[in-house]
Ligand binder design. Structure first.
Ligand code: XMP
Length: 406
């Protein structure tokens, strides 16, 4: 068993960095916002943030101004001298304790998991597979709005390589039909979100009785939903996530990453042996290329965009810049532009490329590529993708321009 430190805050300032600092010293820690949460955490010491009133507790306490840089020596003195804790929290210890917990929770029952190919669901799948093997059933919904080669990559890695039970659902036509003629971005998101839930639920029903649903919920998601001071902001974020599940599917949740920060999820993935390339991937929105085909979403436009995106990402990778960039995006714009091909005038698609640096996706600055690299990217796109006649590069910071185009 490991020791636990409560980071007790009234939610006035973000204090995740304190929890991370304590964990990096080998002691597990978690942010709590209320006396009740504090009591149920069963901590052995408390860090009291800012103006949060001290709880009535016999535990060792350290008051910290969370807006100042962390004094690591003071923190160490508190953890290991005053509170006499031991540094026994590590990724290996975490894996072992989660495996025991998952086995206890699910027994011999099956667990369903929606695999997206993103970091969180991939790491969750691997961890749960290690705990219960064949009892895990992963469902991958291919909505046809994915990047080039994405579905094949997921199948190869999870089914062939890890031998995980994987059900792939080819729902491309269903999504294309539902999106036909829709150009409003929020309408697209709603349609895609709803259809995703429907497709996932239909598949779940066809698989017989599965009482557990695993999710790659991570600590940032948990903190946001628990912090009373942030309640108003959740409405803003909700459009990023798919909505509620149907009432007839009463799943008990399995969420083994609930306690981890994003960088810890990556570290866990590395410890479990997931390829670095997958763990370091740029964020990709749930509605996928649906919101990167500005205007109408058609199979032809998606195929064009997939080619453009693949060239862009390949060039960024081979220039060694992928990891420096937070997100690299290609979009098609809802205008046609004149081009000359084989001596003939033609009206073809306009694509725009965007690459940004960011820490939190809230602020972002456009990435200053070398002009020669931009030239070789545009030359490749214009010669290899005949349905594109013009390539633009987006030089807008966020704010005011959001990272995605719609
Ligand atoms: P914006 O465009 O709001 O994006 O600056 C910030 C981050 O959120 C991602 N994003 C989404 N993710 N569903 C998602 O899962 C969505 O509808 C969605 N819209 C934006 C975006 O890619 C960026 O990382």
């Amino acid at each position: 068993m490991h020791h636990t430190v409560a980071i007790y805050t009234n939610g006035e300032h973000a204090v995740h960095h304190l929890a991370r600092a304590v964990r990096s010293l080998g002691v597990y820690s978690q942010v709590v916002f209320t006396a009740q949460m504090l009591a149920s955490l069963n901590a052995q010491a408390i860090i009291l943030c800012d103006n949060t009133p001290a709880p009535d507790s016999p535990l060792a306490m350290l008051a910290i101004d969370s807006t100042k840089p962390i004094d690591v020596e003071r923190l160490k003195h508190f953890l290991f001298e005053r509170a006499a804790l031991s540094a026994t929290w590590s990724m290996e210890a975490f894996i072992e304790s989660q495996i025991t917990r998952i086995k206890e929770q699910v027994g011999d029952k099956r667990v369903l998991l929606g695999l997206s190919g993103g970091v969180d669901s991939s790491v969750a799948a691997l961890l749960i597979h290690r705990a219960i093997g064949e009892q895990l059933v992963c469902v991958f919904v291919d909505h046809g709005l994915l990047r080039k080669g994405e579905a094949a990559m997921v199948e190869q890695l999870f089914r062939e390589h890890y031998k995980i039970n994987l059900v792939t659902v080819d729902a491309e036509q269903r999504f294309l039909d539902a999106l036909s003629g829709v150009i409003d971005p929020e309408e697209k998101r709603k349609i895609i979100g709803r259809l995703f839930i429907d497709t996932f639920s239909d598949t779940a029903r066809s698989l017989g009785e599965i009482p557990f649903l695993a999710q790659g919920t991570i600590y940032a998601d948990v903190i946001e939903s628990e912090n009373p001071a942030k309640a108003g902001e959740l409405a803003i974020k909700s459009h990023h996530n798919v909505g509620g599940l149907p009432a007839d599917l009463k799943w008990e949740l399995v969420e083994p990453l609930r306690e981890l920060f994003k960088d810890e999820v990556r570290q866990l993935g590395r410890t479990l042996g997931l390829p670095t390339e997958l763990l370091a991937r740029h964020p990709f929105p749930g509605p996928g290329l649906g919101v990167r085909c500005v205007g109408a979403v058609t199979k032809e436009r998606l195929d064009t965009l997939r080619e453009v995106d693949a060239i862009f990402i390949e060039e960024v990778r081979s220039a060694g810049l992928y990891d420096e960039i937070f997100q690299a995006i290609a979009c098609l714009l809802p205008v046609k532009s004149v081009g000359i091909r084989d001596g003939e005038r033609s009206h073809q698609e306009v694509c725009t490329l965007r690459a940004v640096q960011s820490v939190d996706a809230i602020h972002a600055t456009w990435y200053p590529f070398d002009a020669n690299l931009l030239r070789s990217i545009s030359t490749r796109i214009l010669s290899e993708v005949p349905t594109v006649s013009r390539v633009l590069y987006d030089i807008s910071d966020k704010p005011p321009a959001t990272i995605e185009w719609e």
